[in-house]
Design a protein around this ligand. Structure first.
Ligand code: IMP
Ligand code: MG
Length: 179
């Protein structure tokens, strides 16, 4: 697996620093409120596990799994829900936890979806953001780091379901995609 890596962009120390900063900010902003973290599977899994341990508040967890409908309908922003929330979000302060925001279509859809289900407030936190790739305007409240338009893997994020278990964020050698 390690032979496929081109460049490490965020090592474990850097990720820890980013996640600590986000956790402190969220702790500050949600003090006195009941916070529900909604992790978007599978990519946000590792990030969320680290982030929640940096939040010094009572938090509840829930998860959703989503997938885009495929190339032809991608631009419509229609997202298929593979796993819905276990519990309702009525009267809850919801913080969506994402791995990367790219076109913004997934996050845009999820914010509308949760608003329609009666959340008290909805905010979003993403580890990485590719602002150059945005197709739809979406407000992100907490951004770990912006990145250029480079395909990355690791720390929960995959290429063809692989590399999620790398402890850092890295780019892949071009020949990996040619396989
Ligand atoms: P979008 O914002 O709706 O276009 O989709 C964001 C999702 O695309 C993320 O949650 C990832 O699953 C996937 N994605 C975007 N960029 C990358 C990348 O560089 N590597 C791996 N997955 C990515
Ligand atoms: Mg993915």
């Amino acid at each position: 697996m390690i032979r496929d890596i081109q460049e490490v962009l965020f090592d474990e120390a850097k990720l820890n620093q980013i996640v600590s900063r986000l956790g402190a900010q969220i702790t500050e902003d949600y003090r006195g409120k009941d916070l529900l973290l909604v992790g978007i599977l599978k990519g946000a899994n590792v990030f969320m596990a680290d982030l929640m341990r940096k939040i010094d508040l009572h938090v509840q967890l829930d998860f959703m799994a989503v997938s885009s409908y495929g190339m032809s309908t991608e631009s419509s922003g229609v997202v298929r829900i593979l796993k819905d929330l276990d519990h309702g979000v009525e009267n809850k302060h919801v913080l969506i936890i994402e791995d990367i925001v790219d076109s913004g279509l997934t996050l845009h859809y999820l914010m509308d979806y949760l608003a329609a289900r009666g959340a008290l407030s909805i905010a979003a936190c993403t580890l990485l953001d590719k602002p150059d790739r945005r197709k739809v305007d979406v407000a992100i409240d907490y951004v770990g780091s912006p990145i250029p338009d480079v395909f990355i893997v690791g720390y929960g994020i995959d290429y063809a379901e692989k590399y999620r278990n790398l402890p850092y964020i890295a780019s892949l050698k071009p020949e990996v995609y040619a396989k």
